[in-house]
Design a protein around this ligand. Sequence first.
Ligand SMILES: NC(=O)c1ccc[n+]([C@@H]2O[C@H](COP(=O)([O-])OP(=O)(O)OC[C@H]3O[C@@H](n4cnc5c(N)ncnc54)[C@H](OP(=O)(O)O)[C@@H]3O)[C@@H](O)[C@H]2O)c1
Length: 280
Amino acid sequence: MTAADSEATTTQPAADRVALAVVGAGRMGGAVVEGALRSGTLRAQDMGVFHPDEDRRNALAQRFGMVALDDAGVHRAERVLIAVKPQSFERVAPLIARRHTAYVSIMAGVTLSTLSKRLGSARVVRAMPNLGARVGVSATALAWTAETSADDLEFARSLFNGCGSVFEVPEALFDAFTGLSGSGPAFVAVVAESLADGGVRVGFHRDVARELARHVLLATAQLLESSDPASIKDEVASPGGTAIAGLRTLERHRLRYALIDAIEAASERAGELSGNGQGA
Ligand SMILES: NC(=O)c1ccc[n+]([C@@H]2O[C@H](COP(=O)([O-])OP(=O)(O)OC[C@H]3O[C@@H](n4cnc5c(N)ncnc54)[C@H](OP(=O)(O)O)[C@@H]3O)[C@@H](O)[C@H]2O)c1
């Protein structure tokens, strides 16, 4: 892209330098932006959004109240959040790569070493949020290169604190984190769906059963704030009662084994995808 093209397509003033350029404002990138706005970490005018298609970037900019950026605008940004699909990264990287710029990536399976190589900058933070970001309760893992500055790290921490809690995790455990925390909402959603199916089986209408299952999960999640899972189970399971009868059935059908295995399988899959650079 020439300077003239850049003038023609960009909507941001030439001198403007946003604090954060967002490359990929989809489901997860959008959730991180909304978290930053909600928590007051950044104001809309501190952020800009990049998309190679001008109409698309203008629409995204309007949706979030941010500036629309072309690739020159991304180059001027203080920091860049990369939230495109991992498969798009090879195509996007040459457009946004810049020595000394600080990058924060949420792409599953794209390692710090690959990020640094493709972006030409060693200032890279890798993050793994989960779907909870949409409602401000994500658990987000962070790992970073030795060249990342204390300011860059603090910035990443506050960005992801805006959409939940932050866990500093060695990069070697990112696949494990993805298996438990990234994939976990899908496993728990299956549990919720199955509880509702059980409710239908014993006579409730589907919508009532779903609502009851939701409340069971909500109550358990809140109790977990102050109790451990085993204590909650023991409290509900009174001698010779209903819960212990159900628990025995769960043991017979090996629910624990199934969940442990699911997390192992998801972690292994994350590793395979990191290995071939196609994490998702
Ligand atoms: N979803 C999750 O639970 C989750 C959890 C942890 C991490 N992640 C990671 O988050 C990333 C995004 O996932 P997602 O679920 O949010 O996907 P998504 O909704 O498809 O978002 C990707 C966004 O990137 C945009 N885009 C595509 N090519 C682009 C380019 N060249 N430049 C700038 N923007 C471009 C897309 O725009 P168009 O719609 O126009 O193509 C879309 O808005 C992935 O790397 C994923 O591994 C996701």
